[in-house]
Design a protein around this ligand. Sequence first.
Ligand SMILES: NC(=O)c1ccc[n+]([C@@H]2O[C@H](COP(=O)([O-])OP(=O)(O)OC[C@H]3O[C@@H](n4cnc5c(N)ncnc54)[C@H](OP(=O)(O)O)[C@@H]3O)[C@@H](O)[C@H]2O)c1
Length: 279
Amino acid sequence: MNDRKNDHHLVTKNLLSTQSRRVILASKYQSGVPGEQGTENVKVVVIGGSGGIGSAVLKRLRDSFPQASLSATWCRTRPVDESLASWSQVDVLSEQSIADFAAGIDSVDWLINATGMLHADQRMPEKTLQQVDGEFFLHNLQINALSTLLIAKHFSRALKNAKADEVTPQFATVSARVGSIEDNRLGGWYSYRCSKAALNMAIKNISIEWQRTLPAVCVTALHPGTTDTSLSEPFQRNVPEGKLFTPEKVADDFIRLLTDLTAKDTGGFLAYDGERLPW
Ligand SMILES: NC(=O)c1ccc[n+]([C@@H]2O[C@H](COP(=O)([O-])OP(=O)(O)OC[C@H]3O[C@@H](n4cnc5c(N)ncnc54)[C@H](OP(=O)(O)O)[C@@H]3O)[C@@H](O)[C@H]2O)c1
């Protein structure tokens, strides 16, 4: 009897600790169903709207929030569907390019940075220290980490003008679980891991500053899970069955999170399902 009581206690304790790691959300978002008052007119900017995840987010937003105002950027890949959003060509390697784009946007409710790199034309992520190359490392840092700092710097004015009485202004960047220092068990991928860890620190820092200056805004780093895009394409062979997500599924997950997160949740590193990840 005592053992059973103990078992019950353990199960409850485990359940509670699993739950406390999660952001428990009774979501208002359903894919394909027009959004609620407030969210339906949301003004969204997707930086990296030409990418696998960015373009899926735009498509899902267009379907679910037909009244939303969508602005998006591309850099090297022209958007397949020009009608999805108001498009601008922005290179996040250039602060001027980011500043010029931001200058044309008076207010934004949700800003999503879906840019990123893992490999380049001639370079795959490092398996060993001997493969570390300074130029590749700095390129990763610039695209995966510095871009978010510069975007935050130039979009704080537009976020200040968000209609915060109707929706929680969101500043979200797509990070990656492999940027977690605590969760790193495999090693390798030096440039990508270090750049996403730097991104995570940037997100935390921005959230702290904005609690003073932009207290309505929720700042988040989001992990999509392994998603079927050109970024993950060379590494998909070892992904366990059922663990390679479609961009559309990830887009739904992200929109669900952004619909439900409030300013109290700011400074989080969250997986697609709302699980709080260790930094
Ligand atoms: N796919 C996954 O399994 C996975 C897993 C964990 C995290 N993530 C993260 O998810 C995010 C999105 O990745 P994805 O899978 O959608 O990859 P993707 O399809 O390769 O998209 C990458 C995006 O980044 C943009 N970009 C790259 N360099 C840029 C630059 N200099 N200036 C402006 N934009 C630039 C690309 O624009 P152009 O093509 O127009 O140049 C594209 O829109 C990344 O941060 C990635 O690290 C992905």
